[in-house]
Every structure is written in C-alpha cells, then in structure tokens.
Design a protein. Structure first.
Ligand SMILES: Cc1cc2nc3c(=O)[nH]c(=O)nc-3n(C[C@H](O)[C@H](O)[C@H](O)COP(=O)(O)O)c2cc1C
Length: 173
C-alpha cells in the first residue's frame, strides 16, 4: 500500500475479533513507532510496552470502564501497546510525542491490514490504578501517555467521511 492510501485506510475500530496479530507484523508496527518524530530526539524518555496477556487486558478493560460502567473500552482487542514517558523537558511535549508515535504505529498497522484504535480510555485505566501501573511495568518516573489497540475487526467499521478533508483549512499565501 502506498503511504497516502495507508493514512486514508486507517480508522478507529471498536469491535475486535480474537484473532491475534503475528509477531512479525507486531515488530514492524513497533519499529514504525520508533521512527516517529520525537521532540529533541529524546527517544530515551519513551518506552513501548506490548500487552497480550488476556488477564492483564481484562484488568485494564475493567479499570478503564470505571468512567463508563458496563462498557468495554478495549473493545476486545487482543493486543494493546502502551507508551510510557518521563515528564517532557518542554511543556506537554510527552503528549505530542505520544501522538506522533501512536499515529505512526496506526498507519503502519493499516498498511499491514491490521485494525487499530488510539485509546485514551486505557491510558486513564492504567494510570489511575497503582496495581496496574506495576503489572504493566511502567518504569519509576514514567507515566502512560497513550495506548493503541491492535487486532482485526470482528465487524467492519467505516471511517467517517473517508476521502474528505475533515479539518478546516485556512490558506495564507
Ligand atoms: C488522542 C486520542 C484518544 C482517543 N481515545 C479514544 C478512546 O479512548 N476510545 C475510543 O473509542 N476512541 C478514541 N479515539 C478515537 C477517536 O474517537 C477517533 O480517532 C475519531 O473519532 C476519528 O475517527 P477515525 O479514527 O475513525 O478517523 C481517540 C483518538 C485520539 C487521537
């Protein structure tokens, strides 16, 4: 797939099947995350953590659902990649880094035919449960700054308004 097609194919998936992604594809997606632009080139401030253990995924799903009881914020995804970061050397730079790293992973996933979802909810679920912070292995001095769910859709989700510009653009020439 060419890059622009992969960017356009990426969309949020909210119903995953049990089918796991292959380790080879996972490595390609993680590699893409590591090629992202990162403020000041501070790659050492970040850590990617792959979670595929069903018990831990269930615990994160339950913790994430505290904001909306009865929901399943992980939508059954068989893989969750959490991004941990130290506090940035510039204000909020860890959050903008997270956007770059996770977007790269989602576009790489789309290129490989793998579905994804940027999950604020799972980050909330991890950070607000000290036991989960330990189980996920967020290093001392770091916090989870973003997560992405990966897998294959159990039911197809269409990207809203695909092929149309979704953000207002102003030109100053
Ligand atoms: C930073 C960020 C956090 C998000 N968190 C969630 C989330 O917790 N749960 C969810 O269902 N979707 C989440 N999304 C997905 C957005 O709702 C989705 O990207 C948006 O509606 C546009 O749809 P598309 O991704 O299909 O193009 C998040 C997206 C971003 C960029």
């Amino acid at each position: 797939m060419n890059t622009l097609d992969a960017i356009n194919a990426r969309h949020s998936s909210r119903a995953f099947s049990d089918r796991q992604i292959s380790d080879a594809d996972l490595e390609k997606i993680l590699f893409a995350g590591g090629q992202a632009a990162v403020g000041g080139g501070a790659f050492h401030s970040l850590k990617l953590i792959v979670i595929q253990c069903p018990d831990l995924l269930k615990a994160i799903d339950e913790s994430s659902a505290k904001m909306r009881p009865g929901s399943h914020p992980l939508y059954g995804a068989p893989t969750l990649v959490a991004l941990a970061s130290t506090k940035g050397f510039l204000e909020n730079i860890e959050w903008t880094n997270a956007g770059c790293v996770i977007q790269n992973m989602m576009v790489a996933a789309a290129d490989l035919g793998i579905d994804s979802l940027y999950l604020w909810m799972a980050m909330y679920g991890i950070n607000n449960d000290p036991e989960l912070v330990k189980r996920v292995g967020i290093p001392e001095g770091m916090t989870c700054v973003g997560t992405v769910a990966l897998g294959y859709e159990a039911q197809e989700f269409k990207k809203p308004k695909a092929d149309e510009q979704r953000i207002e653009v102003a030109y100053i020439k």
